[in-house]
Ligand binder design. Structure first.
Ligand code: FUB
Length: 312
């Protein structure tokens, strides 16, 4: 007898290991999901993260694990903190942008390049963004319709560079642009700039509106929620939009990854829901959501899974 097809996915998506910082990328009929990896055994009771993994699905229910696709061992100048990545395809190549800790120094953004979405990725040999401070984390990459690529990043400040066509260098004349961190742009909040904006930016475009999704702190709240701001241009000015996902049931951090796939829009996020879970043992989940007619978004609930997408 033919086995009945599973119709819905179940959160967390990955149960064989702890994963966090989900970064979806659609290529053809497949959704690739890049994640960080929280090691089972913690060093100094802090994030213990050495590599990035890739998973894929064609229907949002059945997932394939492609293993470790990039790691600190592949980056000679880095020694720790394999943090939140994002991947993108351009001219037949795949680029994976990753924050790492430099040997004896602060954080910087590395790039791995591959001919395949499932790697292996090869480091370009030096940091792409390296301002010599600790702000250089959590890159989000986006190519606009005119071909200009943007790499935003940062905690506690949101900054960006204009990537060159090669995707492994940026326009040095424009340099690193600092977005004004105002309550009008990011809401009045509890992080170091006095706004809610904290980290984990994710740049996305729909119907001519640019969305910046990010992890955020309310005033006096030390647990992250997700929020969003919008703009008519990829470089701002940004206008605060509100809360996208509340703190309930989460961990100290959360991290948005938004993607359109086969006519649906999905928000990937992370929680501490797996057995043994917690702030440094997180797990990646997904929810489906819709936009309001005016482009605004109602808060999205953490959920138990999403409906599968199957051909009739
Ligand atoms: O996973 C390590 C760090 O925690 C990420 O870079 C942040 O976005 C937060 O999730």
């Amino acid at each position: 007898m033919e086995q009945e097809k599973k119709k819905r996915s179940k959160n967390p998506i990955i149960t064989s290991m702890y994963t966090a910082d989900p970064a979806p990328m659609v290529d053809g009929d497949t959704l690739y999901l890049y994640t960080t990896h929280d090691e089972d055994e913690l060093k100094n009771n802090f994030y213990t993260m050495y590599d990035w993994h890739c998973f894929s699905t064609k229907d949002m229910v059945n997932w394939t694990h492609h293993g470790k696709v990039f790691s600190l061992d592949d980056i000679s100048w880095a020694d720790d903190r394999a943090w939140a990545p994002q991947a993108i395809k351009r001219n037949g190549k795949y680029y994976l942008y990753c924050p790492v800790h430099k040997i004896n120094d602060g954080m910087a953004i590395a790039v791995g390049v591959s001919d395949s979405p499932t790697g292996p990725f090869k480091d370009i040999g030096h940091p792409l963004v390296d301002e010599g401070d600790w702000n250089d984390i959590d890159p989000t990459v986006f190519i606009d319709d005119d071909g200009q690529a943007y790499l935003y990043f940062g905690n506690p400040e949101l900054r960006y560079v204009l990537l060159n066509e090669d995707m492994i260098s940026y326009n040095k004349e424009v340099g690193v642009v600092k977005i004004p961190m105002t309550p009008e742009s990011f809401g009045k909040g509890g992080h170091r700039t006095g706004t809610t904006y904290t980290e984990g930016p994710w740049l996305y475009k729909r119907n001519g509106i640019y969305y910046m999704f990010y992890a955020a702190f309310r005033p006096n709240m030390r647990q992250e929620h997700l929020a969003y701001s919008t703009s008519k241009s990829p470089t701002g000015p940004w206008v605060y939009g509100g809360i996208l996902m509340d703190e309930k049931g989460g961990t100290f951090t959360n991290h948005p990854g938004v993607v359109d796939f086969k006519g649906h829009t999905f928000l990937f996020y992370h929680t501490g829901e797996l057995p043994g879970g917690g702030p440094f043992h997180r797990s990646v989940c997904v929810a489906e959501f819709k936009f309001n007619e005016d482009g605004s978004i109602d808060p999205v609930e953490k959920c138990d899974g999403v409906d599968g997408i199957f051909d009739e």
